[in-house]
Design a protein around this ligand. Structure first.
Ligand code: ZN
Length: 101
């Protein structure tokens, strides 16, 4: 199966993926949302308790991109999914394209 990454990136809404994994924003409204970073790699990072930040993860729902100010992970919906699931870009694209009608 041939994957059109560009088309897929436009089809997949980051906010839909976040809703699917039960992510809830703690700050922000409209297109700019902030909340805890859902990435396992981020959560498992050893950090100072005092610097605990439940809004390090920033999402722009219009641009369909995210950035985490704690672990530095950033990108589009496809990037998010491969980081979240710890899989390759190809695997992520396969998973997400299966969900598309
Ligand atoms: Zn993070």
């Amino acid at each position: 199966m041939r994957i059109d990454y560009r088309e897929l990136k436009q089809q997949i809404r980051l906010i839909d993926l976040l809703t699917r994994i039960d992510w809830k924003s703690t700050k922000g409204r409209g297109e700019q949302l902030r909340g805890p970073c859902p990435l396992t790699t981020c959560r498992s990072q050893v950090t100072d308790c005092n610097t605990h930040d439940d809004s390090a993860f920033s999402v722009n729902t219009t641009k369909n991109i995210y950035r985490c100010f704690r672990c530095g992970s950033a990108g589009n919906a496809l990037d998010f999914w491969l980081n979240y699931r710890a899989i390759t870009l190809h695997q992520a694209a396969m998973e997400l394209s299966r969900d598309c009608p």
